[in-house]
Ligand binder design. Structure first.
Ligand SMILES: [Zn+2]
Length: 548
């Protein structure tokens, strides 16, 4: 019998993400594709003598999550370094000391994951690190990746003193006397980082596989790596060539703001090199600005000083609007999907203007241009996403009243602008395609925790807390769709993945509980029992009988 299924999944509701048939009872998989979804009886008809059966005891089956903006390779590297993610700030020094003692042969102590709100606006201090590591340089990135915490040895090696000017697009944090205090923002990070030994090819390849395994455990089957440098691309390519890339990957090649249009030929070449197996290097990432917390987000009106008085600061636009439009137009003309980091309302507006200029110059293409982060979106700019066909690439985990918001953001904002933040529901109502991403390692890579915040606008570690701008909540089906079908569109994978529809690839996740069931408890506590790519497990809980 030729139409028998290779695998049947029974015993749990199936949420398909397909608006034409959102719910089913069972899924059949044949030759890596969804052969049928529907009532259990009908699907079970495809059972033959060699069909494997995964019999679940409740839970939920849904399309594999697709992370529209994540740093998988860099995250995989960080997992092997001095990792401060989730560490209490009071334990940072002890954690660094333990790591340094355990890696006495490493010339540098490298790592990251500290949170900015542990230190206030002036940032962390040299002395804290000097007290635990004096013999070697220490370089620790903040969890958002926009600042670094260094020790005295690192400053010495980089030749940074009170006489060193701030580099373009960066800032050396200083005390009242002008002495560097140990925090470096944006481009100033490179003054030290350029001296640190770069990971070699083998380390990057291991990092790609480690990052991939981390995402698969969380139900993720595809992602966009949101800033891929040439050495990372080479590692992805090597892993793909060995047949070890089980996830589908869009590599967003990084646009160098210094290099201008001369870099286009190199990007086109890397797109060719980076299109192997499940890897496709068809996107380019541009940073339009920095982040609000270090006052490097590009704003339309000035930052307040913390006591409600306006300053002269408007943040740092990484490219002036004409340069940005020129870069976007050139990339669009070469068939790239352009992925722009924009936090401030001015950065968002300049980027939309750039996409408009590209469409005027090149005509409308089937592009997947996208703006990521979208912390401040002026209400007049919200309808432009639909009109220009720009995907809203959103990081829902940030849309809550956490320390970054309470201490480093709200005090520096007028109330009107404070209400413009992370407007996911408004963008949806205006017709924008919403794609969700974690921005791991900036935030957790767990899509279910991200979705919990999208639905409630409350942080999972503060579940009794006040929701942040509750009108911008999106409901559970919309949040799940943004992490499946929406991100599939952003990744140009929507013809083959993103919904559980007959004929599409059987990339799916199995959850231990059904988050639609209120009795199942908080969404972020739901666990992933199995992750399948083309019907084959890339992660499976030991408790599960995959019928192999
Ligand atoms: Zn990012």
């Amino acid at each position: 019998m030729t139409d028998q299924a290779d695998l049947l999944i029974l015993g749990a509701p199936v949420w398909t993400a397909d608006p034409a048939r959102p719910w089913a009872d069972a899924v059949a998989v044949r030759a890596g594709r969804v052969a049928a979804v529907g009532p259990e009886g009908a699907v079970a008809d495809l059972r033959g003598p060699s069909t494997r059966v995964l019999r679940l005891d409740g839970g939920l089956v849904l399309p594999g999550f697709q992370d529209a903006h994540v740093h998988t390779a860099a995250g995989g590297l960080e997992l092997a370094q001095c990792d401060l993610h989730g560490v209490e700030p009071g334990e940072y020094a002890a954690t660094v000391a333990r790591y340094a003692a355990g890696h006495s042969d490493a010339a540098w102590v490298l790592g990251g994951g500290w949170v900015m709100d542990a230190f206030g606006t002036e940032g962390p201090r040299l002395a804290t690190l000097d007290a635990v590591v004096a013999d070697r340089p220490v370089l620790l990135e903040s969890t958002d990746g926009h600042s670094a915490w260094v020790n005295s040895r690192a400053l010495e090696l980089a030749g940074i003193t009170r006489a060193t000017p701030d580099p373009p697009r960066g800032r050396i944090e200083r005390d009242a006397a002008g002495e560097p205090t140990g925090a470096l923002h944006e481009a100033a990070m490179d003054l030290v980082a350029d001296h640190a030994p770069p990971p070699d090819q083998a380390e990057w390849e291991a990092a790609v596989e480690r990052g991939q395994a981390h995402l698969h455990r969380l139900g993720v089957t595809a992602w966009q790596d949101a800033a891929v440098e040439p050495d990372m691309l080479a590692a992805y390519r090597a892993v793909a060539e060995r047949g070890r890339l089980s996830g589908r990957v869009v590599a967003a090649l990084r646009w160098d703001v210094e290099a201008g249009p001369a870099q286009l030929a190199g990007l086109v070449e890397r797109r060719e090199l980076g299109s192997v197996g499940r890897l496709r290097a068809g996107a380019v990432k541009i940073f339009a600005d920095g982040v609000f917390e270090t006052r490097t987000a590009a704003m339309l009106t000035p930052y307040l000083d913390g006591d409600g008085r306006p300053t002269a600061e408007l943040g740092i636009g990484m490219l002036d609007p004409a340069e940005l439009a020129e870069a976007v137009t050139a990339l669009d003309g070469h068939g790239f999907d352009v992925h722009v980091h924009a936090i401030g309302d001015r950065a968002v507006r300049d980027t939309l203007d750039a996409f408009q200029a590209a469409a005027a110059a090149n005509g409308r293409r089937d592009s997947r241009h996208q703006i990521a982060h979208l912390q401040f979106v002026h209400p007049e700019d919200r309808p432009r996403f639909r009109r220009l066909g720009v995907v809203a690439n959103a990081q829902p985990f940030w849309s809550c009243l956490d320390g970054y918001m309470r201490e480093l953001t709200l005090p520096f904002l007028d109330p009107e602008r404070a209400g413009w933040q992370y407007p996911w529901a408004s963008l949806r109502r205006a017709g924008a395609v919403l794609a969700f991403g974690s921005d791991w390692t900036v935030s957790t890579a767990n899509p279910l925790e991200e979705i919990e915040v999208a639905v409630h606008r409350v942080a999972p570690d503060d579940r009794g807390g006040e929701p942040f701008l509750p009108d911008e909540r999106v409901d559970l089906p919309a949040a799940l769709a943004a992490f499946t079908a929406g991100s599939a569109y952003a990744l140009r994978l929507e013809a083959e993945t993103g919904t559980l529809t007959p004929g599409r690839l059987a990339d799916l996740a199995v959850l231990d509980r059904d988050p639609f069931d209120a009795a199942a408890g908080p969404i972020g506590d739901v666990r992933v029992l199995a992750t399948l790519v083309e019907g084959e497990p890339v992660h499976a809980d030991p408790s599960l009988d995959l019928g192999g």
